[in-house]
Every structure is written in structure tokens, then in C-alpha cells.
Design a protein around this ligand. Structure first.
Ligand code: IVH
Length: 752
């Protein structure tokens, strides 16, 4: 038997379950933060009774239909009473707590409903989760279920602490609650003020109530927090009245709710109604519509991103929407502000083409996790002297660099500052990426600290971070810094002087070169010097503008283009033509008559005049992509756009110099070359379902090191699917396409 703290704690819990009268006051199961040892990974717990989900209703009609269905199923006529409960639908995450002989033995998340994660140690740290049931009359075995959530005030305090620690904020209370409950170190969960409402149950070895109302009253007797807004309703009118009441009081409840849950009160009727696949027939969630509110658009601020993109943000007069105070909303881009962008839902212009101006009375909407949106503007309320918002054409930074409109292939309009390395905003955004989790992952150095160090001139570029140790005395004079925090920060920085090549490349902050591309480049080239040499060689073989012009012509495929340029390179255009001879006339007699008709048409349309055509194809033949460029861009996950971005990056002397200064401080560690002869070399692998012996990241890293490609979706190109429990649509697709599917164990064997 294992003697790890977790195993000992489980044994203790089992003993306490068997002999509850012997539980000692100083039992580890009683202390908040018991078993404060971090685990590597959560183990799984199979729910004795699956944790199901609820069907949704969005209108009064949906609710009436639900009740009608239940009545028909039970054979009740319209006059027979069918009382239902109505209670808030808490926007948190569900937790199942198993009590044996009144003692908490384990806690599990919902997971896929059948099997969840064992979060026992964390669940014990919640003040509202009793370690022993109070009162009496509880069944020997009972799974009490409910919702873990964070109150608004606790959420705000947590995000403040995150910011102080240089960590990113949580997007909303639900994400924060989920993140907190799923901490591998229970000591961290213990510091998070999570709350819990009990509202349901799974396995129960004996009946303990006759109605839903009574069951919840028992939970309260046993020491659980239950929701004070649960009421018993006689009919649809009463349910809707409670729904309306909660909708009105929603903002003042102090925690997020996203609807009202109705449940048939009589447990005998619940048992008869039973379940349809994923939902009970005896309950439904009546969801609130996305919350809307009117407020004043006080200002339109422009933020500058790492790649210079100007991103407009709406500054709003603070207003409560769906229980959360909103003071910012996304404005997307200049066309969205002008009312020119397309509304995806209607296909017409956004807000019916109405533009947005500072001072406007606007309607905002917040739905779930989505960033608040401005959905309407009251043009009638606008003052007569208001003028349309002029989107800046110069960067808001002190350098005031020109910002040009960049209409990407995906028709996303972005205005971009051309200042690059010179623009302080872009520098700061790059520093933020540099220290972020997927790059150098430096603890204690987040956006706040970087802004501060940047403003004081301590850190202007990545290399400066590694020279902060020379400014220890200055750091000690800064507010919020003491000996310990400064030394911790400097130690965290020192620990990164050796950095994987993949992180080093990603940390350069090159446009279009994200974490994945950084990894591919590192594995493909192995060392920094090989990578850099490959970029330089690719630069020499980069296709020129004339080639790109021809390549983009519709109707001229790669094959025809190849033939054309081969012919030209071999000196094949022997046509004497006057200046204005037409391409259409001359093509057939120029030795190019054998080009496919669509290709000839495309060329004649693009270059009506022969001399233009001749000049372009001659230039294109001279600047076709070289093998080094083709090879460099061909690696999976790199592609021509990232390849060119890297070439451009190093061609800029400021960038090359900054990289040289960084290389004086840090050493990129060579990537281990993927195996060229493993069973999966060159194969495309997809992992789906849950893995039990390793994390997804581990599995992925292993596959990559074996020379495989890892993809997130199954297609005809997939060679192998590794499917764990809970695998769904990907597994179905693989079976349909006849792709080989193996288990986790088989994968481990294959991977050696
Ligand atoms: S009852 C068999 N009551 O909503 C159904 N669920 O969409 C048992 N939820 O997974 C659930 N508040 O996490 C119930 N008062 C409430 C709830 C509630 C929130 C969540 C729960 C469930 C999800 C279903």
C-alpha cells in the first residue's frame, strides 16, 4: 500500500467512514487545506449515478411545452396539480460530494458526466462543504451535488491578487471558480474563497425525502448552504413570475446566474418521468436572454497591439449587465465603428449602418463568456453638433507614426502602425509576449511590472530583462518591492538563461510565428545556427513581386505558370512586336500556344499589352522562388506567410541587433531532432477522449519527438487516432473514414 499523503488521507477517510464515532477532532479530514501536497494530475472517479445536464427553455411557450410533455407522460389531465420548484441556475461548475456514514469520502467534478476528476482534497478546503454531515437521518451512502461558484466580491479580490502577482486576470467568475477548484495544489484552492450551493443528489442508499423541496431542506439540516431563492410553484404563471422576479434582482444577487431551473417537486413523479439520453424529463433550465443595458459611450480609446494593429475599445459609463459591471466593450475595427462592417447574423451592415460617436447613448449586450458588444445606438439622442468618429491615421504613441489600412486576405480591416520596433506600444506588447507562459514564463513579471520598468527606462527590450540584476538597488526603491520579491524576481529571470529553441523563436515576437510554428521550426532545424542559416538561405531564394503577381492570377495554375516561366527562362519568347501589340493576338504565335486556354485568357486579361506581359514574365522567371525558400516554407505549420515574416524580421537591422543582444544573455538549447525511423515518423496522429496515463501535452510532445505530426481534427490525411474514454465525434469520423484507431495502451506500446 502506498504511503503518499494522498493515499494516507484516502485510507483515513475510509477508516472514518467505517468508524465515524472514532473520528478525532484533530483528524486531517477536518482541517481546512488538509492534504496540502500538490499532485501531478487528478485521478478519475466514475460517478455511481451519471451527472446529467439540463434541457433549455428560452420562452414561456417552451416552459408550457415542457409541462405539457410531463403531464402527457404521466397521464395527468389539465386539472390535476403538478407543483414544480423554481430556483436560480447558478453559473458555476457542478461538484458531486460522496458521503459514507456521514463522512465526506470524495469529491468529483462533472467531467463527461460519466466520469469526473477526483478533486477531494480541494473540495475539503471549501468552507461550505461539510467534512461530516450534521444532524441525522442521512442515508449511509449519498452523493450530494451542487454548484461551486465565486461571489462577485470574491472574484474581484481574486483578480486584484492575480494582477499583483503579475498573472493574467480570469475572464469571469465561472472560469475563476473552475480554475480554482482544478488546482493541483489544494493549498492554492484553500486560499480561493469558493462557495457551494447544494441542489441535487446522485446515488442515495435510502430514500431521505418525498419532494425536491424536502430534499433541499434536508441538505440544509446536514450543514450545506442551499439557495434562498428556491420556491414551490403551482403552475406556469407562478414559474414565470419567479423567473421575472429573479431576472429583475439578478444584478443584486452577488453571484452570476444564467437562468432559472424548474423541477417537478414530487420525487415519485420524478422517478416515473426518468431521463431522455442526456436530460431528465422532470427538469428544465429556463435561460435568461443575453442581458442588455443602455449606457453612454464616453470615449473610443485606441490600443496598439504587438504587431502595430490599432484596436479600438469602447469606454463606457459603468453599467451593470447580467450581474457584472461593464465599463469596456469591443469595437473590432474602424469599419465596425463607422457602421460599414458586415453583421454576420443579418448579412447587412452592423446596427443597420448607424455609426458610433463618443457621447452616444448605446445598447450593450453581454452573453456568457463573450466580451460585451455594442448592439445598437440611439441616433435620436445624439446632440446636433456631434461628428462621426475620425479613426486615427497616426499612432497614439509619442512618435506619431503613420498607420496604414491593411486589408488582409480574410477582409479583416486593420489599421497598423508602421513604427514597429520604434513604437513604445509595440515594444511593450512584445515584452508582454516575451515573459508570457508560452515563451519565457517568468514568474512575477507581468504587464503591470513591465509597464513600470519600461516607464522607468529599466527594460526597453528583452535583453534588458536579463540585465535587471545590475539594477537591484533601484528595484528595491520601487513601491511594492522588498528584498524577497526582488530576489525572487531576479532568480526567476536567471532560471531562464537557458531556453528551448522553440520558446526562443516564439519569444522573438515575429508576426505569424506563434507557439506552434516556433516548435516546428525548432524541431526542423535543431539549433539556432541551423535555423538562422536556413532563414538567410531562404531570404536569397524568396520569390519576387512579379512572380507573386503571376501566381495570384486566377486561371493560371501552378503547372501552367511553371511551363510559362521555364519557356521564358529558356529564351522562348521570340516575337517581334511593336509597343502596343495585344497579348491576346501574340500569345498563340509566341511559342506559348500550348498553354491551357484558361491560362492564356488569364494572361491576356491581366496584361492587354504585349510589352507589359513580356517584361513581367521575364522578371518573374528571374525571381522564381529558390529551393531554399521552398524548403523552408514547406515545413508543416510554417508556410509562405510565416517564412516571409521571418525573412523580413531579420532583414530589419534593429531586430537583428536586438536578437544579438539577447543572445549575449541567453542560450537557446538545441531541439532534439525527431526520430526519423520510428513507427509513426511522418504520420499524422490525432488524440481524442481522455488519456489516463499521461496528459495531452505529454502525449503530443512524445508524438512530435517520434517524428509524427499531431493534428486536432480527423480528416482523410489522418493516419492514426488514439482514442481514450469519452471519445465522441472524432472517433466516429475516424471509423467512418476507415482510419486506424488504437487505445492509449496500444499507443504507449507503439511509442516505446
Ligand atoms: S439540477 C439532473 N439545479 O446546470 C440535473 N443544475 O445545464 C441536475 N446548475 O450541470 C442539475 N444551477 O451544473 C440544477 N439549481 C440548479 C443548477 C444547476 C446550476 C447547472 C449544473 C448542471 C447544469 C445543467
Amino acid at each position: 500500500m502506498s504511503n503518499t499523503p494522498i493515499a494516507l488521507e484516502q485510507r483515513n477517510a475510509a477508516l472514518e467512514a467505517a468508524f465515524p464515532h472514532l473520528i478525532r477532532d484533530d483528524s486531517p479530514s477536518k482541517s481546512v487545506g488538509a492534504a496540502t501536497t500538490a499532485q501531478a494530475k487528478f485521478s478519475k472517479i466514475t460517478h455511481a449515478v451519471p451527472m446529467l445536464s439540463l434541457d433549455n427553455a428560452f420562452s414561456r411557450d417552451d416552459v408550457a411545452d415542457f409541462i405539457g410533455r410531463a403531464r402527457r407522460f404521466l397521464g395527468l389531465d389539465e386539472t390535476a396539480p403538478l407543483p414544480l420548484t423554481a430556483e436560480p441556475k447558478i453559473d458555476g461548475l457542478s461538484l458531486s460530494l460522496r458521503y459514507e456514514k456521514g463522512v465526506l469520502v470524495h469529491g468529483a467534478t462533472r467531467g463527461d458526466g460519466r466520469e469526473g476528476e477526483d478533486v477531494t482534497a480541494n473540495a475539503r478546503t471549501l468552507a461550505t462543504v461539510p467534512h461530516r454531515l450534521a444532524g441525522s437521518g442521512w442515508p449511509d451512502v449519498i452523493d450530494v451535488r451542487g454548484e461551486v461558484y465565486l461571489r462577485h466580491a470574491d472574484f474581484a479580490a481574486l483578480n486584484e491578487a492575480q494582477a499583483q502577482a503579475g498573472l493574467p486576470p480570469y475572464a469571469n467568475p465561472r472560469n475563476a471558480a473552475a480554475g480554482s477548484l482544478r488546482q493541483l495544489d489544494p493549498a492554492i484552492t484553500a486560499r480561493r474563497p469558493l462557495s457551494f450551493f447544494a441542489y441535487a443528489w446522485g446515488e442515495a442508499s435510502a430514500a431521505f425525502a418525498a419532494t425536491q423541496m424536502e430534499a433541499v431542506a434536508r441538505f440544509a439540516d446536514w450543514g450545506f448552504a442551499t439557495n434562498p431563492d428556491m420556491v414551490l410553484c403551482a403552475d406556469t404563471d407562478a414559474l414565470i413570475a419567479h423567473y421575472d422576479s429573479l431576472a429583475r434582482r439578478r444584478a443584486g444577487l452577488g453571484y452570476d446566474i444564467d437562468g432559472v431551473v424548474y423541477k417537478v417537486n414530487d420525487l415519485a413523479l420524478q422517478a416515473r418521468l426518468g431521463f431522455v439520453t442526456r436530460f431528465p424529463r422532470w427538469a428544465i433550465a429556463h435561460k435568461f436572454p443575453p442581458e442588455r443595458a443602455q449606457t453612454i459611450l464616453e470615449a473610443i480609446d485606441i490600443q496598439v497591439g504587438r504587431t502595430g494593429a490599432l484596436t479600438p475599445v469602447a469606454r463606457l459609463k459603468p453599467v451593470t449587465v447580467g450581474g457584472v459591471v461593464v465599463s469596456n466593450a469591443t469595437l473590432h475595427n474602424e469599419d465596425f465603428i463607422a457602421g460599414r462592417a458586415q453583421d454576420k447574423a443579418t448579412g447587412g451592415p452592423v446596427r443597420g449602418g448607424k455609426d458610433l460617436r463618443p457621447g452616444d447613448l448605446v445598447t450593450i449586450q453581454r452573453a456568457g463568456d463573450v466580451i460585451p458588444q455594442i448592439v445598437d445606438v440611439d441616433v435620436g439622442a445624439r446632440s446636433p453638433d456631434s461628428v462621426p468618429f475620425a479613426f486615427p491615421t497616426i499612432c497614439p504613441c509619442p512618435l506619431q507614426t503613420a498607420c496604414n489600412r491593411d486589408e488582409g486576405e480574410d477582409a479583416a480591416v486593420v489599421r497598423r502602425c508602421s513604427g514597429e520596433f520604434a513604437c513604445p506600444f509595440q515594444r511593450l506588447r512584445h515584452l508582454e509576449l516575451f515573459v508570457s507562459r508560452k515563451a519565457y514564463d517568468i514568474d512575477g513579471l507581468g504587464p503591470r511590472q513591465l509597464q513600470d520598468f519600461f516607464d522607468r527606462g529599466l527594460v526597453k527590450e528583452p535583453a534588458d530583462i536579463f540585465r535587471l540584476k545590475d539594477h537591484r538597488d533601484t528595484l528595491l526603491t520601487l513601491e511594492g518591492y522588498g528584498e524577497t520579491s526582488v530576489d525572487n524576481l531576479l532568480a526567476a529571470i536567471e532560471a531562464r538563461r537557458q531556453i528551448s529553441l522553440a520558446r526562443f523563436i516564439f519569444g522573438l515576437g515575429v508576426r505569424h510565428v506563434g507557439e506552434t510554428t516556433g516548435g516546428v521550426l525548432a524541431r526542423t532545424h535543431g539549433s539556432w545556427s541551423a535555423f538562422k542559416a536556413a532563414v538567410d538561405a531562404a531570404a536569397a531564394g524568396r520569390p519576387g513581386p512579379d512572380y507573386l503577381l503571376l501566381e495570384a492570377l486566377h486561371g493560371l495554375g501552378p503547372k501552367a505558370l511553371g511551363i510559362l516561366l521555364d519557356r521564358v527562362a529558356a529564351g522562348g519568347l521570340h516575337v517581334q512586336a511593336d509597343l502596343f501589340a495585344s497579348t491576346a493576338d501574340l500569345l498563340p504565335v509566341s511559342g506559348l500556344a500550348d498553354l491551357p486556354a484558361p491560362a492564356r485568357r488569364a494572361l491576356a486579361d491581366a496584361f492587354p499589352v504585349w510589352s507589359d506581359f513580356e517584361a513581367t514574365v521575364k522578371a518573374a522567371a528571374a525571381n522564381r522562388p529558390g529551393d531554399a525558400w521552398i524548403g523552408f516554407a514547406a515545413a508543416d505549420g510554417v508556410g509562405p506567410v510565416a517564412a516571409d515574416a521571418l525573412i523580413d524580421f531579420f532583414a530589419e537591422p534593429h531586430n537583428a541587433d536586438a536578437v544579438a543582444r539577447l543572445l549575449a544573455e541567453v542560450t537557446p538549447v538545441d531541439a532534439v531532432a525527431p526520430k526519423a525511423d520510428s513507427a509513426v515518423t511522418g504520420k499524422t496522429v490525432v488524440f481524442t477522449g481522455s488519456l489516463e496515463k499521461m496528459t495531452r501535452d505529454e502525449a503530443k510532445a512524445k508524438a512530435l519527438s517520434l517524428g509524427a505530426k499531431v493534428s486536432g481534427s480527423v480528416s482523410a490525411k489522418t493516419d492514426l487516432v488514439v482514442a481514450g474514454p469519452g471519445a465522441g465525434s472524432k472517433l466516429a469520423k475516424a471509423t467512418e473514414l476507415g482510419i486506424r484507431v488504437i487505445s492509449e495502451d496500444e499507443w504507449l506500446e507503439l511509442a516505446g
